[in-house]
Design a protein around this ligand. Structure first.
Ligand code: NAI
Ligand code: COI
Ligand code: MG
Length: 355
C-alpha cells in the first residue's frame, strides 16, 4: 500500500523550497519498502487567482485520501488588498482547521558550524536546543472577529482569543509527552497577568502536570519569555504556548539558529500530518533562486518520522543537512564574510550528495 502525499507549494519562495523538499523525499525513499504517491495542488494566492478562493474544493478533495501534506508557504503583496477571508493566509488557516492539526511542533536546534550566523555569543548559541509546541487551531486566528463602524462613523475591529478547556488540554498533553522524551522540562508561556484565556490555560497546565510528576513545569509571561529566549535560550527544553504567542516566539527563536530559513515544523493532531517550514513566502527574495531550502528539507525528515514511520530515513536526512553545512554550504541568509554562497538548488544538491 502506498502513502498519499499532497504537495501544496503555495506562493513566493514556497514552490522553490517545496521542489527541494520533494527531491529529498524521493531520494530518501529509494531502496525503502515504503511507497508514496504524490499529487500537487493549489493553495493561497495562486488558488485565489485560479479559483477565486484560497483553499479550493479540488485541494480539499485531495486531502480525503492523503496521509500527509507537504506545504511551502502562502501570501504576498499581490493579494494583500482583499478582505480577510479572501487572503491567501485564510486558506492556510482553513487547511489547518480542516486537518485538525492542533499541535505545531517547531524544533529549534543550533548547528555548531552556523554559530557565526547567530546573533548570540558562540558559547550560548551552541546550546540552543528547544522545542516550541504551538497551539495551532484556536486562539485569536480562529475566534469571532468583526470590522464595522459605530453610529458616529468611527471604525472598529476586534479579534477574539477564545480557548475551550479541551483545546488547551490536548495540546498540553502533546507537549508534556514531548518533554518526557527530551530533558523533562516544560515552560508554559501565557499572559495570565492580563488575559482570562491565559488564566484558564495556566489552571489546565497545573491539572495536566499532576499526570506528569517527572516533568518539571514552569510558567513564564510571554513578554519576559521573549527576552529570556534571547538571553538564556539554553534554559528552555519544551516551550508550550497558544497560537499567536507561538507564532511570534518561534520566528524569534529561529534567528538564534542563524536564519528563519532553517526551521521545520510538523503539525499533528487528528490523523493527517502537515509539514511546512516556519517561514512565509518571502516576497523580497521570491524568484531569485536564493531561498534557504533547509527548513523545508528538515520538514521532510519530520514527515518521514511521524507520518511514514521511517525513522532511519528521517535521521539520514537530518545528518545530510548537518554534513552539507559542515562542508561549508551556505545560502545567502546564512553566509558571513568569505563564505561560499550557494543557490537554493545547489544547497539541495549538497544535501542529496551527503545522504
Ligand atoms: N506559513 C505561511 O505560509 C506563512 C506565510 N506568511 C506570509 O508570507 C508573506 C511574507 O511575510 P513576512 O512577514 O515577510 O515573513 P517571511 O517569513 O516570508 O520573511 C521574513 C524575512 O525572512 C526571509 N526569509 C524567509 N524565509 C526564508 C528562506 N527560506 N530563506 C531565506 N530567507 C528567508 C525573507 O526574505 C524576509 O526577509 C506574507 O504574505 C505573510 O502573510 C508569513 C508567515 C507564514
Ligand atoms: C497563517 C500564517 C500566515 C501564520 C504564520 O505566520 C505561521 O504559521 O507561522
Ligand atoms: Mg509565522
Amino acid at each position: 500500500m502506498a502513502y498519499h502525499i499532497v504537495v501544496l507549494p503555495g506562493d513566493g519562495i514556497g514552490p522553490d523550497v517545496t521542489r527541494a523538499a520533494v527531491q529529498v523525499l524521493e531520494h530518501a525513499l529509494k531502496g525503502q519498502s515504503v511507497e508514496i504517491v504524490m499529487s500537487e495542488h493549489l493553495i493561497g494566492g495562486k488558488a485565489l487567482d485560479t479559483y477565486g478562493v484560497p483553499l479550493p474544493d479540488v485541494t480539499l478533495e485531495a486531502l480525503h485520501k492523503a496521509d500527509a501534506v507537504l506545504l511551502g508557504a502562502v501570501g504576498g503583496p499581490k493579494w494583500d488588498v482583499g478582505p480577510g477571508h479572501l487572503r491567501p493566509e485564510a486558506g492556510l488557516l482553513a487547511l489547518r482547521k480542516t486537518l485538525g492539526v492542533y499541535a505545531n511542533m517547531r524544533p529549534v536546534k543550533a548547528f555548531s558550524e552556523l554559530l557565526d550566523a547567530s546573533p548570540l555569543r558562540r558559547e550560548i548559541a551552541q546550546r540552543v536546543d528547544l522545542l516550541i509546541v504551538r497551539e495551532l487551531t484556536g486562539g485569536a486566528y480562529f475566534g469571532k472577529r468583526e470590522r464595522g463602524s459605530d453610529a458616529h462613523g468611527m471604525q472598529f475591529a476586534y479579534d477574539t482569543m477564545f480557548y475551550s478547556e479541551n483545546e488547551i488540554r490536548r495540546v498540553l498533553i502533546t507537549a508534556f509527552d514531548a518533554a518526557r522524551l527530551r530533558r523533562k522540562k516544560l515552560t508554559s508561556v501565557d499572559k495570565a497577568n492580563v488575559l482570562d484565556s491565559s488564566r484558564l490555560w495556566r489552571e489546565i497546565v497545573q491539572d495536566v502536570s499532576s499526570h506528569y510528576p517527572d516533568v518539571e513545569v514552569e510558567h513564564q509571561l510571554v513578554d519576559s519569555c521573549a527576552m529570556n529566549l534571547v538571553t538564556h535560550p539554553q534554559s528552555f527544553d519544551v516551550l508550550v504556548t497558544e497560537n499567536l504567542f507561538g507564532d511570534i516566539l518561534s520566528d524569534e527563536a529561529a534567528v538564534l539558529t542563524g536564519s528563519i530559513g532553517m526551521l521545520p515544523s510538523a503539525s499533528l493532531g487528528q490523523g493527517i500530518g502537515l509539514y511546512e517550514p516556519i517561514h512565509g513566502s518571502a516576497p523580497d527574495i521570491a524568484g531569485k533562486g536564493i531561498a534557504n531550502p533547509l527548513g523545508a528539507i528538515l520538514s521532510v525528515a519530520l514527515l518521514l518520522r511521524y507520518s511514514l514511520h521511517v525513522d532511519d530515513a528521517a535521521t539520514r536526512v537530518e545528518q545530510a543537512v548537518a554534513k552539507a553545512i559542515a562542508h561549508g554550504a551556505r545560502t545567502k541568509d546564512l553566509a558571513r564574510g568569505q563564505d561560499d554562497v550557494v543557490t537554493t538548488d545547489q544547497m539541495t544538491e549538497r544535501v542529496l550528495a551527503h545522504y
